[in-house]
Design a protein around this ligand. Structure first.
Ligand SMILES: [Zn+2]
Length: 160
């Protein structure tokens, strides 16, 4: 049986090739979960991937990609990218609560070491990320408990 695979654009991020499918292609890949003979994600990651894709659908500044990491054997590893003036930025998606007002929502953290695994120069990536403007709580403007360069707008967070 021969199944034609989608053509997926590749971006070089921090010296590492990252496959970045569009949202429609991701919908397709979420069913098959395989690309070029390697698994994109397993059953245990299905909910996490769905949450990331929900953000990609609602916020055009995000794209979800995946990259190859030899240490992870026969699997691809997903990677969230945030568009910035300096180009695509690797970010970890985290859920945080504001300790001042109780706002609970999604943030993008570019200082998580995990997202740089596979980058050609990890310290340089972290250094560049540390210079991005930090955002505060969307509701009360207090500092958030985690390093955030993006936080879900309050209007949308309140709908959840
Ligand atoms: Zn707050």
């Amino acid at each position: 049986m021969c199944i034609s695979e989608p053509v997926i654009p590749v971006m070089i991020v921090d010296g590492q090739p990252v496959y970045v499918p569009g949202y429609e292609t991701w919908t397709e890949l979420s069913q098959t979960r395989w690309f070029q003979g390697k698994r994109i994600f397993g059953e245990d990651y299905a909910d996490l991937v769905a949450e990331h894709l929900s953000l990609v659908r609602r916020y055009p500044e995000f794209s979800l990609g995946f990259r190859e990491l030899p240490a992870f054997g026969n699997d691809w590893v997903i990677l969230m990218l945030l568009k910035t003036h300096a180009g695509p930025q690797r970010v970890a998606i985290e859920w945080v609560t504001c300790e001042v007002c109780g706002w609970y929502g999604v943030i993008a953290n570019p200082m998580s070491w995990d997202v740089y695994v596979g980058a050609a120069d990890i310290p340089a990536g972290l250094e560049r990320a540390s210079k991005l403007p930090v955002v505060t709580c969307p509701k009360c403007k207090s500092d958030l408990p985690r390093h955030a360069v993006w936080a879900e707008p309050r209007m949308n967070a309140d709908k959840i």
